[in-house]
Design a protein around this ligand. Structure first.
Ligand code: NAD
Length: 245
């Protein structure tokens, strides 16, 4: 299947990528731009990185904390005004803090759920009405392989990512056949979020394919599920073979 030849792509559709000023989000914004999309580059605080990337890929940058529902509504309105209707929304924004259970504060627990789960809920709720009205749309939630297998000192993170999978699967049913919703659940990927420990041989020797992932590999997976026409509610986990199920 040659997705790049899809005439819908050639029409220059619009993709919104949250948390796009670094890591997987940046690679995804670049990949969608290369595929012909006009890309809305969302950033939380790093305006310089967001603007520079948007400039480089011919998109536009939009500052917004995805945990703030009002700000997300405003951002989606601004994206539509500047770039046009949103065809694809990639819920990628996130952070990762390891903390044993007894040290997970109420603040960290709330913030984790607000950003990782709430962020995607806010984006989906904001983009869906226009997608429904136009009769098509695609949403991709970036979860984590840890949501499939659990992790030590990350119960808060895993709980939010597992709930994100539940959110996306339910929306896939609720919004079909007009809007497709899929999940990419990466394994360890070489971005600023990854602890240094997981770059070393102690960890990589446990990965069947012998290395951590590259952001570009996750971006490719995100583009693929975003465009796959007969796929909704799917969970695709590029993880080097760590999770095989
Ligand atoms: P990253 O730190 O490079 O990128 C995360 C981006 O999200 C940053 O640009 C950050 O500013 C942004 N962000 C954080 N909170 C935000 C908020 N409230 N509003 C808007 N933007 C916000 O890390 P990454 O590895 O590229 O992470 C991208 C996604 O991939 C995250 O959801 C992460 O949980 C997930 N993930 C990463 C890995 C990995 O090993 N790197 C593995 C599995 C899943």
């Amino acid at each position: 299947m040659n997705l790049r030849a899809d005439p819908a792509v050639a029409r220059g559709q619009v993709a919104l990528v949250t948390g796009a000023s670094s890591g997987i989000g940046r690679a995804t914004a670049q990949r969608f731009a290369a595929a012909g999309y006009r890309v809305a580059v969302n950033y939380a605080t790093n305006a310089a990185a967001g603007e520079a990337l948007a400039h480089r890929i011919g998109g536009a940058a939009f500052g917004c904390d995805v945990s703030d529902p009002v700000a997300v509504e405003r951002m989606v309105g601004a994206v539509e005004a500047v770039l046009g209707p949103i065809d694809v929304a990639v819920c990628n924004a996130g952070f990762y803090e390891e903390r044993p259970l007894e040290e997970v504060t109420d603040e960290l627990w709330d913030r984790t759920l607000r950003v990782l789960l709430g962020g995607c809920f806010h984006v989906a709720r904001a983009v869906v009405p226009a997608m429904r009205a136009r009769g098509s749309g695609s949403i991709v939630a970036v979860a984590s392989e840890l949501a499939l297998i659990g992790g030590v000192n990350v119960a808060h993170y895993v709980a939010a990512k597992a709930a994100l999978i539940g959110l996306a699967r339910s929306l896939a049913r609720e919004l079909a056949p007009t809007i497709r919703v899929n999940i990419v659940a990466p394994g360890a990927v070489d971005t600023p979020l990854l602890p240094d420990r997981d770059r070393g041989p102690v960890y990589t020797s446990t990965v069947p394919l012998g290395r951590i992932g590259r952001p570009e590999e996750i971006a490719e997976a995100i583009l693929h599920v975003a465009e796959a026409p007969w796929t909704t509610g799917a969970l695709y986990s590029p993880n080097g073979g760590v999770v095989i199920q």
